[in-house]
Write a protein that binds this ligand. Structure first.
Ligand code: WTA
Length: 647
C-alpha cells in the first residue's frame, strides 16, 4: 500500500551521491569504519591529523567511545577561519527578524569571524577558561551562533537553554553543569510578543544551586527595560565591541567537550548530553552536506531553535563547517500570518527548507491559499525532523509546498546521536511518505524484541544501533553511569534509541515513536516524570500521572491525571491553576492539554501505576484497556473512563 516516489532523474544527475555511490560507500563504511571515517575526517582542518580513528567498546566491562582520539582541531576555526580566503564575503548567516517590517541582515563569513573573535576575547577577559561551562539563553538572533562559536574558540563548553524554558528549568541546568557565565538578551520577540529573557535569568539566579555564575552578559535586542545588577550583569556591547577582532583559538583534542545540551529521558531530571569536538563536528558537517545535497550557492533554512539539537547541528555547526549560507529566523510560522514561511523563502530565495511535522500540520490546516500566494520557485529540497511525519502531511509538503518538484528528506535522529542517522539521500534513495528510509554511512540499525532477540526481515520492534558513529554523545554530564545505564544496558552490546520502529520488505525504516515514558510534543521531548514532579510540587496535589495522547497538530499532547490531597476540592479554577503551575515550573512547552481529576490511579498490588491503562483512557480507547484484573482496585478504571476529558 505504501507508494514510492522514485529519485527524480534530473535531481540524481546533479546530486553529490547517487544510488550506486550510496550503496558502494555504505557497504564500505560498515565493512571498514576505520578507513571510511579516516578518509571522511579529511573534510575538517586539523592542527594534528588523527591517526587513531575509532576506539569504541560497548562491552560494559570495558566501556568507552572515542573517535579521532589523537587529533587536534578547533570547531570555530573549521566554521570560520578556513573559509575566509575563498568565502570571506559570502553570507554565512541571514537574519530574518520576527517582524517582516524590520530589516533582514546578512552576515558574511568575515564579519562573523570578527564578531566571534571579539566575544571570545571578552569571555577570556571575564575569566572564562578552557573547560568552563557557559550558558546561552538567547532568542534566535545572530548572537546565538556567535556565542556558541566564541565558546568553541576558547574551549569553553556551551550549554544552550531554549528561550521557552522557565526560571526553574534554567536554574536546574545551570546548577547541574556549574556554569560560570550566562549570555542572554534583554528580551526575545516571538510573533510580536516579548519574552522576558533577562528577567527569567534574574529569577533563575535567585534559586539555590546557581551560585557558580559570576557574570551575565546581556545583549540589547528589543531595548526593553531590564534590571542590571552590578557588578554581575554587563552589557554585551560594552564588553564586546572594544575587543580586538582577532583571537587565538584554543587547540582542542578531538575528544574535548564542545557542548552540553539537556534533554528529557523517561526518568528523573533532564540529562546533560555531552558532545565532543572532532566526531560531532565531522558528523554534523558530513550529514548536512550529504542529506541536503549541499551546493555552494544554496540558501539553506532550518526553522528549528538553537535551543534544540537541530539548531546546534543544522543551523550552526553543520552548515558553517560546510561554508554554507544558513538562515536564522527569529519568528513563528503564523505571524503576521500563515504565509510567513513561504514569504521568507521568496524574500531570501531559499533553496533548502528543513522544518518539523508539527509546523507542516498546523500550516496544512490553513489550506493551500497561504502557500500559493508565494512563489517558492527557489526551493529544490525539503526536509522534516523531530517526530514521525504522517503520510498525509508528507504528501501535502511534497505536493503543495514543493509543487511536486522537491524531494522530501525525512531525517531521523536524536539529541544523543548528534546528527542524522536514518534519512534518504535525495539523489540516491526512492522516497516513501512516512518513512525515514535507509541508514546514513556507518550507521547500523537493528530491531529487537522486548527480550533483546534480533528480528530479521520485514518486522517491527525496538530500534537499536549495533555500532558507534562519530557524532554519538559521549556521556551524561556528571553522571557517566547514567549514560551507560540508560542506553547500553537494556540490550547489551547495542545503543538503545528508545524508539519503536518497523522495517518493511524493502528494508526501509518507519519510526513509530517512543517506547519509553518520553512524549514528543510538537517535536519537543518531554519526560512524563518531569511534568509529574512539577505537578506534585503543588501543595494541593497528592499524586499525578502523565501520559501522551495522539494530537492532530502537535503529534502528541500531554494528558495529566491528578489526585488531590485529602480535603482539597476539585474545581475548574484549581485545574487552571495547576496548568499554569506547570508552565511556571518547566515552561509553556510542558503545559498539559488536558488535566483530569483522578480520585484513584490504576495501580498494581505492588503500587506501580499502570500507564498503559492511562494511555488508553487518554486515547479514548476504553475497549483496549486489556487485562485490568491485576489492579489493586479495578474499579478506579471505570470512574476514570467515565470522567475522561470530553467523555
Ligand atoms: C523523534 C530531535 C520519527 C524520535 C532531532 C527520537 C523522529 C526523538 C524523527 C529525538 C523522524 C526525531 N521520524 N521520529 N524523522 N526525528 N524523532 O532528541 O522519537 O529532540 O527519539 O532530537 O524525536 O528527539 P530530539
Amino acid at each position: 500500500m505504501s507508494d514510492i516516489y522514485p529519485v527524480k532523474p534530473g535531481f540524481a544527475e546533479r546530486a553529490r551521491i547517487d544510488k550506486a555511490a550510496y550503496e558502494r560507500d555504505y557497504a564500505a563504511s560498515v565493512k571498514d569504519p576505520e578507513a571510511f571515517w579516516g578518509k571522511a575526517a579529511e573534510r575538517l582542518d586539523w592542527y594534528r591529523k588523527p591517526t587513531v580513528i575509532k576506539d569504541v567498546s560497548y562491552d560494559l566491562a570495558d566501556f568507552h567511545i572515542r573517535w579521532f582520539g589523537d587529533g587536534e582541531l578547533n570547531a570555530s576555526v573549521n566554521c570560520l577561519d578556513r573559509h575566509l580566503d575563498a568565502r570571506g564575503d559570502k553570507t554565512a548567516l541571514i537574519f530574518e527578524p520576527d517582524s517582516p517590517d524590520s530589516p533582514a541582515r546578512h552576515v558574511s563569513y568575515r564579519e562573523l569571524h570578527e564578531r566571534v573573535c571579539k566575544l571570545a576575547n571578552a569571555l577570556r577577559e571575564l575569566g572564562v577558561q578552557k573547560g568552563d561551562r557557559v550558558t546561552i539563553y538567547l532568542p534566535m538572533i545572530v548572537e546565538a551562533a556567535v556565542a556558541m562559536l566564541a565558546c568553541a574558540r576558547i574551549g569553553a563548553v556551551h550549554m544552550v537553554v531554549f528561550g521557552g524554558f522557565a526560571p526553574n528549568s534554567i536554574a536546574d541546568r545551570v546548577g547541574d553543569c556549574g556554569a560560570r557565565l550566562i549570555i542572554t538578551a534583554d528580551e526575545g520577540l516571538r510573533g510580536g510578543r516579548k519574552v522576558p529573557l533577562k528577567a527569567n535569568v534574574d529569577a533563575a539566579l535567585k534559586l539555590p544551586g546557581t551560585n557558580t555564575v559570576e557574570t551575565v552578559l546581556v545583549v540589547r535586542h528589543t531595548g526593553g527595560a531590564v534590571d542590571m545588577q552590578m557588578p554581575r550583569d554587563r552589557w554585551y556591547d560594552a564588553v564586546v565591541d572594544p575587543q580586538p577582532a582577532a583571537c587565538e583559538p584554543e587547540r582542542m583534542n578531538a575528544e574535548d567537550p564542545l557542548f552540553i545540551l539537556y534533554t528529557s529521558g523517561s526518568t528523573g531530571k533532564p540529562k546533560g548530553v555531552l558532545h565532543t569536538t572532532g566526531g560531532y563536528l565531522l558528523f554534523a558537517a558530513y550529514t548536512h552536506e550529504a542529506v541536503f545535497d549541499l551546493r555552494e550557492d544554496d540558501v539553506y533554512w532550518c526553522t528549528a531553535d538553537v535551543g534544540w539539537v537541530t539548531g546546534h547541528s543544522y543551523i550552526v555547526y553543520g552548515p558553517l563547517a560546510n561554508g554554507a549560507t544558513s538562515l536564522i529566523f527569529e519568528g513563528v510560522p503564523n505571524y503576521p500570518d500563515f504565509s510567513r514561511f513561504w514569504n521568507v523563502i521568496d524574500r531570501h530565495q531559499v533553496t533548502i527548507f528543513y522544518t518539523a511535522p508539527t509546523a507542516i500540520r498546523a500550516l496544512m490546516r490553513e489550506g493551500e491559499a497561504p502557500v500559493k500566494q508565494a512563489s517558492r520557485a527557489s526551493l529544490r529540497l525539503l526536509g522534516s525532523v523531530g517526530e514521525p511525519i504522517n503520510p498525509e502531511a508528507w504528501r501535502w509538503y511534497y505536493d503543495v509546498v514543493g509543487d511536486g518538484r522537491c524531494p522530501v528528506v525525512d531525517t531521523w535522529w536524536q539529541t544523543e546521536t548528534g546528527g542524522i542517522l536514518i534519512s534518504p539521500l535525495p539523489g540516491a534513495v526512492d522516497l516513501k511518505p512516512g518513512s525515514a528510509t535507509l541508514p546514513f554511512f556507518g550507521v547500523q540499525p537493528a530491531l529487537v524484541d522486548a527480550e533483546g532477540k534480533r528480528l530479521e526481515g520485514a518486522t517491527e520492534g525496538n530500534l537499536v544501533l549495533l555500532d558507534s558513529w562519530p557524532g554519538q554523545m559521549r556521556t551524561v554530564y556528571g553522571d557517566h553511569q547514567r549514560f551507560i545505564d540508560t542506553y547500553f544496558k537494556t540490550y547489551p552490546g547495542t545503543y538503545f534509541t528508545g524508539d519503536g520502529c518497523r522495517r518493511d520488505e524493502d528494508g526501509y525504516y518507519w519510526i513509530t515513536g517512543r517506547v519509553d515514558d518520553v512524549i514528543n510534543v510538537s517535536g519537543h521531548r518531554i519526560g512524563t516524570a518531569e511534568v509529574e514532579s512539577a505537578l506534585v510540587l503543588h501543595p494541593k496535589v497528592a499524586e499525578a500521572a502523565v501520559v501522551g495522547f495522539p494530537h492532530d497538530i502537535k503529534g502528541q499532547g500531554i494528558y495529566a491525571y491528578v489526585t488531590l490531597v485529602a480535603g482539597e476540592v476539585e474545581s475548574d479554577e484549581l485545574l487552571k491553576e495547576l496548568v499554569a503551575h506547570v508552565r511556571k515550573e518547566i515552561g509553556p512547552i510542558a503545559s498539559p492539554d488536558f488535566l483530569q481529576w483522578a480520585p484513584g490511579l490504576p495501580k498494581t498490588r505492588s503500587g506501580k501505576i499502570m500507564r498503559r491503562i492511562l494511555r488508553k483512557i487518554a486515547e479514548n480507547a476504553p475497549d483496549q484497556l486489556g487485562d485490568t484484573s491485576t489492579l489493586a482496585d479495578p474499579s478506579v478504571v471505570d470512574s476514570l473512563v467515565k470522567n475522561r476529558h470530553g467523555a
